[in-house]
Design a protein around this ligand. Structure first.
Ligand SMILES: C[S@@+](CC[C@H](N)C(=O)[O-])C[C@H]1O[C@@H](n2cnc3c(N)ncnc32)[C@H](O)[C@@H]1O
Length: 198
């Protein structure tokens, strides 16, 4: 399981690494819903949930992760009045959401679990709700692979990068793909897929 080595070194360094270096927040924010509830699947230690919730006080954010240690840290470090964090799998969530986010999570999930995952996402979307996927292109993803391997401490078999067109095809087996874009954010290209339940 992904356990950030940087977290042991310094939570601030981890926040800088993800929030300042890797994640394009203005772009992520541009995909948020006008109102309502956001589910941040694989929220990790809560960096994105917290940033979303602090920039958009009108949204309610639930962050879930399979790592109990990460959820504990999220609760301690990244709680706001409009955030909640729970250690659970997506299949165990029962509420409905206006936006379900999978940000740099899919490449940590075995492809054999994608069917169940996207079916669960579909069942959790409120009317008008949508899925936002952000992940890293496998093409030139060797930098990401190295970061996951040596900074995040993942085993090679725990890293499953896809290209945007491959992931778009996978998502469209379960949901209606509404938009796709690829944006380079140093040091690799990232793709963003928005899909709803039609
Ligand atoms: C690279 S981190 C991304 C964290 C956060 N989304 C961000 O962008 O900062 C991937 C996270 O996905 C979580 N994860 C992996 N498989 C999961 C699953 N089946 N359900 C929920 N979370 C999962 C991991 O525990 C890890 O915290």
């Amino acid at each position: 399981m992904l356990q950030y080595k940087l977290l042991k070194l310094s939570p601030r360094l981890l926040r800088f690494y993800r929030s300042t270096l890797l994640l394009d927040f203005p772009r992520i924010t541009s995909y948020l819903p006008v109102v309502g509830k956001v589910l941040d699947v694989g929220c990790g230690v809560g960096i994105v949930s917290h940033r979303v919730a602090s920039e958009r006080r009108d949204l309610n954010v639930l962050g879930i992760d399979i790592s109990a240690a990460s959820i504990e840290l999220a609760r301690v470090n990244y709680t706001l009045p409009n955030t909640r964090y729970e250690c659970k799998r997506l299949e165990a969530v029962t509420e409905q959401f206006d936006c379900v986010m999978l940000l740099d999570v899919l490449h940590h999930i075995p492809p054999s679990e994608y069917d169940n995952l996207f079916n669960s996402v579909r069942s959790l979307l409120a009317p008008g709700g949508y899925l936002l996927v952000k992940d890293i292109e496998r093409r030139r993803g060797y930098i990401s692979f190295a970061m996951d391997r040596y900074i995040s401490g993942c085993k090679p078999e725990e890293i499953n990068l896809h290209n945007c067109d491959e992931m778009t095809a996978i998502v469209s087996q379960h949901l209606r793909v509404k938009s796709v874009e690829i944006k380079f954010r140093f040091p690799f290209p990232n793709y963003y897929i928005v899909a709803d339940s039609a």
